[in-house]
Ligand binder design. Structure first.
Ligand SMILES: Nc1ncnc2c1ncn2[C@@H]1O[C@H](COP(=O)(O)OP(=O)(O)O)[C@@H](O)[C@H]1O
Ligand SMILES: [Mg+2]
Length: 374
């Protein structure tokens, strides 16, 4: 059981306001990822939760119990918070074997010997490092040490697991494996996890929820699918997705209950029911940004009624997928992604098919999402 509520958390380092009114609820059993570029405050948030940093303002509760109340200058000791933290720099004890690194904390908890041995074995198996049980940290690679650090945290069976970029030292292949393992560990243990990463793929693949950070603020909290399909502003849209989402300049116009949008590729009409609560001009034209994911652009070589003629600028087949750089009639560049191998000639005319329900529209002035995808 672990529900964490952060309310109005502010953290300053000197004059540097690094967390600005952070409000976040992490439900029991969530795998909540704090995602954002370097320096946006992810680690600081984790350190505030764990008790290593004291915020200047705000309240935090774990299962309803106050752990932080800055107004009352109350900060529960880290050991009272029932959590376990794994840092990007895994601090293993150098003079202890892997077995003892994991067993040490369990022995302090006075767990029976058989239970300690079982937890050591189980956690090593989960992280696929059983064969290193009798090695010392300096006999392990960085990636192996990192996995020992995760195993140690998992073995203590914490009600809250805090992980700060724990896969950063692994090579690409192992990172993919570990994403699966962490997902399974979360499922099997039912532990609430707060996970910090700047890697959107990690965030999208493992989390139940993602809190997207932007310069000390949380700009959006959503499920991975929601965040991917409907990023709340242009910056979020640009950050999520690889290859990047396409942005095209357009003109918006409200006409009764309909939003009309025209851009270089086409003209669209959207219903009120697809629009967000975001305020937009009620009449007249206003600038918008039309945002389309590369995989939502389907290309054909034959002309058809709904196909938009575009020119192939470059073709990048990469085995499992092909990226096609395109140019619209007005010369705007954008990218399409096709599954599998596709072959087009440079400067060939092809026809782009884009389903209107898969297009996002942003208000160019406020940068906020005004029409969402389904
Ligand atoms: N101990 C510290 N003293 C002063 N400034 C710090 C300290 N720790 C972090 N910062 C600053 O706080 C901001 C957020 O840092 P951090 O939370 O580590 O970001 P992230 O983990 O998202 O990369 C950065 O501008 C960083 O320079
Ligand atoms: Mg960090």
């Amino acid at each position: 059981m672990s529900k964490i509520v952060l309310s109005h958390i502010d953290k300053f380092y000197g004059d540097n306001h690094v967390l600005r009114d952070i409000n976040l609820t992490i439900e029991d059993g969530d795998f909540m990822t704090l995602l954002g570029p370097s320096g946006c405050g992810k680690t600081t948030t984790l350190r505030v939760v764990s008790g290593l940093e004291r915020p200047q303002n705000g309240v935090m509760t774990i299962d309803g119990e106050e752990m932080i109340n800055a107004d009352l200058a109350y900060f529960a000791e880290p050991s009272k918070r029932g959590l376990n933290l794994v840092f990007q720099s895994y601090a293993l004890w150098p003079h202890m074997t892997v077995r003892n690194n994991i067993a040490f904390g369990l022995k302090i908890q006075k767990l029976p010997r058989a239970e300690v041995e079982k937890r050591v074995a189980d956690s090593l198996r989960m992280m696929r490092i059983e064969e290193y049980i009798d090695r010392y940290p300096n006999e392990l690679s960085g990636g192996q040490q990192q996995r020992v650090a995760i195993a140690r945290a998992v073995a203590s069976n914490p009600k809250l697991l805090l992980l700060d970029e724990p896969l950063s030292n692994l090579d690409a292949r192992l990172r993919v494996d570990m994403r699966s393992e962490l997902q399974r560990i979360h499922r099997e243990l039912g532990t609430t996890v707060i996970y910090v990463t700047h890697d959107q793929v990690e965030a999208l693949t493992m989390s139940t929820k993602i809190a997207l950070f932007k310069a000390g603020e949380i700009s959006q909290v959503a499920t991975p699918m929601d965040l991917y399909m409907n990023p709340i502003d242009l910056e979020a849209a640009d950050f999520i997705g690889n290859p990047r989402i396409n942005f095209l300049e357009g003109a918006g116009h409200m006409d009764g209950a309909k939003l009309h949008v025209s851009c270089e590729l086409a003209e669209y009409e959207f219903d009120r029911s697809d629009m967000t609560e975001q305020e937009i001009p009620e009449s007249g034209d206003f600038p918008v940004v039309v945002a389309i994911r590369p995989e939502q652009i389907h290309l054909t070589t034959e002309k058809s009624t709904d196909g938009i003629p575009v020119k192939v600028y470059a073709n990048q087949p990469a085995g499992s997928e092909t990226l096609v750089s395109l140019q619209g009639a007005g010369g705007t560049d954008f990218l399409a992604k096709e599954i599998g191998l596709a072959q087009y000639d440079i400067d060939q005319t092809v026809y782009a098919h884009i389903a209107p329900e898969k297009i996002n529209i942003y208000d160019a002035k406020s940068t906020r999402l005004i029409k969402r995808t389904r």
